[in-house]
Design a protein around this ligand. Structure first.
Ligand code: ZN
Ligand code: ZN
Length: 294
């Protein structure tokens, strides 16, 4: 039986958490802005870099919000349900940008909660051999494991969507690069090009993708089990990075979430505030969110 390893948690290290968070968030967007400047200089493009940085930030925030609220809070933990007119466009959006359906995403995430910080944890910087540097490889490998061994992880599949769209995504994931190159990338460029033009879209793509990946995988799966602070004994190494997390829609309050997985509001102490929850609360007032569990 694997045992959790708590000794590597560095609690109350908020300055380090903040530093890591903002480096991870801004590096991809800065690199994309640099590519735009290069294209302007060497290729005589006329990209408005300031407008494109704002655009990248908005796209990043939309992506982190749809992953956090639909796949994490609603599907994985059933903290609320979206109205179908919001839910289904969000599912398509998440697949276009992140390449995954909600079913596989939630199975992997439920597995993480069930085995947090043990050697069976699908991704943890504190398990044997785990580091912040290999958290991406851990997550990718575990996702493939869920995809290719559905019967092994069927205990995590309760009340998850299993309709034609999920089956289509699952089928497409077995077709090599067809889904990415043939469908998803053309759709992504169709979304971005009307706003910033095709040259800026080419430069913005890696910045947006990497920033979302860093936010969901490196920050939540990695940093949130490595640096930050704990407010109670949650029985694992999960941490809160800092008390108010606008750029992650509250997901950086990961320790609180581990402790109270059924709550949609990740803030626990009076110093904390969860912007994702309060956005959902506003949605609930106009009927777009139901059964919100505060
Ligand atoms: Zn969770
Ligand atoms: Zn966790």
């Amino acid at each position: 039986m694997a045992t959790a390893r708590f000794e590597r948690v560095k609690t109350h290290n908020i300055p380090m958490a903040l530093f890591c968070y903002f480096i991870l968030m801004w590096v991809p967007i800065t690199i994309s802005a640099g590519l735009m400047a290069l294209w302007n200089t060497l290729g005589s493009a006329e990209i408005n870099i300031f407008e494109c940085v704002i655009f990248m930030l908005i796209m990043r925030q939309i992506n982190v919000f749809t992953l956090s609220t639909l796949f994490h809070r609603s599907y994985s933990h059933r903290q609320f349900q979206y109205h179908p007119i919001v839910e289904h466009p969000m599912r398509v959006w998440n697949w276009v940008w992140a390449g995954t359906g909600g079913r596989a995403w939630a199975v992997l995430h439920r597995w993480h909660h069930a085995a947090a910080d043990t050697d069976d944890d699908p991704h943890s910087p504190t398990k044997t051999g785990g580091t912040i540097w290999n958290i991406t490889a851990q997550t990718f490998k575990a996702y493939q494991e869920c995809l290719h061994n559905p019967e092994k992880y069927s205990k995590f599949e309760y009340k998850l969507p299993n309709d034609a769209f999920e089956r289509f995504i699952h089928w497409l994931q077995g077709q090599g690069l067809l889904g990415l190159v043939g469908i998803r990338l053309p759709l992504i460029f169709a979304i971005m090009t009307p706003f910033i033009g095709w040259q800026a879209a080419v430069c913005a793509l890696p910045g947006i993708m990497a920033s979302v990946w860093f936010s969901t995988v490196i920050i939540v799966n990695g940093l949130c089990h490595l640096v930050g602070y704990q407010v109670m004994d949650s029985g694992d190494t999960s941490t809160n990075l800092f008390p108010i997390d606008f750029f992650g829609w509250g997901e950086a309050l990961h320790h609180n979430h581990h402790h109270k997985q059924g709550r949609a509001n990740y803030a626990i102490t009076k110093f904390e505030w969860d912007p994702g929850f309060w956005t959902l609360w506003c949605f609930s007032k106009v009927g777009l969110v139901r059964n919100l569990k505060p």
